[in-house]
Design a protein. Structure first.
Length: 136
């Protein structure tokens, strides 16, 4: 199981915004340069993050992007689920109707527990935690 570049680059984008929190609006091209990521790719990530209420934007000469909430109020889980969808290691845990064996499946409980632990882990890490990690 691997996270896609959407989640990884999205986390880097959000970490960059958290590092620059309360330092004014950030231009996407500047974030792209600091993070060594294509600004075109970041454009694909910024809209879902805005829709989810994690990022705010301002238009105009002094416009740009900023976090919509404090870094301590945004978790890595929110970022990943916004960009990837539900954190579930197998689809049948969230949607048992897709599998005709779900009711008698021995392994579904294992997959459910693994998914829950993954969710709890990513929920336990805030952007503020990540900022502090980057300063160490």
């Amino acid at each position: 199981m691997k996270l896609s570049t959407r989640a990884r680059y999205g986390a880097r984008l959000m970490l960059d915004l958290a590092i620059h929190y309360n330092k004014g609006q950030q231009l996407l091209k500047d974030i792209a340069q600091r993070q060594s990521v294509s600004d075109k790719y970041l454009w694909q990530l910024i809209n879902p993050l805005k829709v989810a209420g994690l990022v705010s934007s301002t238009r105009g000469a002094h416009g740009g992007y900023n976090l919509a909430k404090k870094p301590s109020d945004i978790t890595l889980r929110e970022i990943i689920e916004t960009l990837e969808g539900p954190l579930c290691i197998v689809e049948c845990v969230d949607n048992p109707e897709i599998c005709d064996k779900a009711e008698e499946c021995v392994t579904i409980g294992i997959w459910e527990e693994a998914s829950n632990r993954l969710k709890e882990f990513f929920e336990s890490i805030s952007l503020q935690d990540m900022v502090e990690m980057s300063e160490s």
